[in-house]
Design a protein around this ligand. Structure first.
Ligand SMILES: Cc1ncc(COP(=O)(O)O)c(C=O)c1O
Length: 417
């Protein structure tokens, strides 16, 4: 199996693939992909085409309105396929993951009773924490599932202690945007469902690196942003149909509660950005086809992501091998890729050095990495890393190259010593 995947990766034509991203034509080295990935030309083209060719209001009987409406529906269908939603109307689109989280928790609010418990993790980006804590206004009790500071893992045994029939929601990240660790959300989902609670998963740091499958994840809500997945500043929230139908509406009184996803999209979606997202799916299908995949769209996209994973792991291992060789470096996350449980988002500390110092040095050589808490403030504080200005984070995407990582290592070494 692994051999087959390796063969596939060697068939990837990186020149063709990089040419899909106009920004990669410069010699700047983008290694801040977990902050925001580069955008596909086909996404930009679609946004422009829609804006210049379809700027009409939807829902009218005239031809152009009908055509525009069909494009927006096609976009929702493409996203449903990308995430493996069983129904297109389970796909809620919005401006950002943070905004969608505030929207969905607002819609959950009326169902909260005093004493209902909500479990959050201290490894998450604040987007999947802060919105939930607002439910305390309705009497919800928030409890934290804390990271094990030694292993940097979320231990399932710690979750088991927190789970009880009082728990209504658990919110966690599929992959940490600091540690890079992939969490076993389907295992968590089973435990959460056993006590009658629901699971909300933030997949922002996961979706650029693995093919999302909302059904296999076991989650009840699943959310991520397209600007991390080669698309525009835009986001999707998927929810199980029965769940969405039961939520209160965020829209006008005359929009029926059965009108999903519209009741959860006040003011409607952004048409041009929705249409742009079709470009992401097109790209993945083409990469899959380039690798010889035939059959269903999901299969082609899976083959593309399998190849990305092998390539990304090789680049991550290249950097991790260097970092492991340095006595004064502490990797904040899994130290290697062998378990298959990490995405190529790599954080580290250099002993006695402010993280800013490392990044300001590499800035001088046309390299884009960064330092900080990345809004996973509670994690950085729990690990006592805030006094060092947070971690240095290098985040790799499938379009990065060995030569780019070599260049980074050369200049990191000047400051790490
Ligand atoms: C893991 C994670 N969750 C949520 C977010 C917030 O996404 P958005 O900017 O779309 O609100 C980010 C952004 O960096 C993130 O990395």
């Amino acid at each position: 199996m692994l051999q087959a995947i390796n063969q596939l990766t060697s068939k990837l034509n990186f020149d063709t693939l990089r040419a899909e991203f106009p920004a990669l034509a410069s010699d700047f080295i983008y290694l801040d992909n977990a902050g925001g990935s580069q955008v596909l030309r086909r996404v930009g083209d679609r946004v422009r085409d829609y804006l210049l060719g379809n700027s009409v209001q939807l829902g009218a009987s005239y031809r152009y309105s009908q055509e525009a409406g069909a494009k927006v529906l096609a976009a929702r269908h493409a996203v449903a396929e990308l995430i493996n939603a069983a129904h297109d109307d389970e796909v809620v689109m919005g401006s950002a993951t943070t905004a969608l989280m505030f929207q969905i928790t607002q819609s959950i609010l009326p169902s909260i009773r005093p004493g209902d418990e909500i479990i959050l993790t201290n490894t998450d980006h604040e987007a999947n924490i802060g919105a939930w804590t607002r439910l305390q206004a309705a009497g919800a009790v928030v409890r934290f599932w804390h990271v094990n500071p030694q292993t940097l893992e979320l231990d399932l045994a710690d979750l088991d202690v927190l789970l009880s029939p009082k728990v209504k929601w658990v919110a966690m990240t599929h992959a940490s945007n600091v540690l890079g660790t992939i969490n076993p959300v389907h295992v968590v989902a089973e435990r959460v469902h056993r006590v009658g609670a629901r699971l909300c998963v933030d997949a922002v740091a996961y979706a650029p690196h693995r093919l999302v499958d909302v059904q296999a994840s076991g989650a009840d809500l699943y959310v991520f942003s397209f600007y991390k997945v080669f698309g525009p500043h835009y986001a999707v929230l998927w929810g199980r149909r029965e769940l969405l139908l039961g939520l209160s509406s965020l829209n006008h009184f005359f929009i029926s509660g059965a009108t999903i996803p519209y009741k959860l999209q006040p003011g409607n979606v952004n048409y041009e950005l929705s249409y742009g997202c079709i470009g992401i799916v097109d790209y993945l299908l083409d990469v899959g086809a380039q690798l010889g995949a035939t059959g269903t769209a999901r299969h082609k996209m899976q083959v593309a992501f399998d190849a990305f994973e092998v390539h990304e792991n090789a680049l991550a291992e290249q950097l991790l091998t260097y970092l492991r060789s340095k006595k004064n470096v502490r990797i904040i996350g899994l130290p290697d890729t062998t378990s298959g449980r990490r995405v190529p988002t790599i954080s580290f500390m250099v002993d006695g050095t402010m993280s800013e110092t490392v990044v300001l040095h590499t800035d001088r050589f046309g390299i884009g990495i960064r330092f900080g808490d990345f809004y996973a403030k509670r994690l950085i504080e729990a690990l006592g890393l805030n006094v060092w200005g947070g971690v240095v984070r290098v985040s790799i995407a499938h379009y990065n190259t060995r030569a780019e990582i070599d260049h980074l290592i050369r200049h990191l070494d000047e400051v790490i010593g």
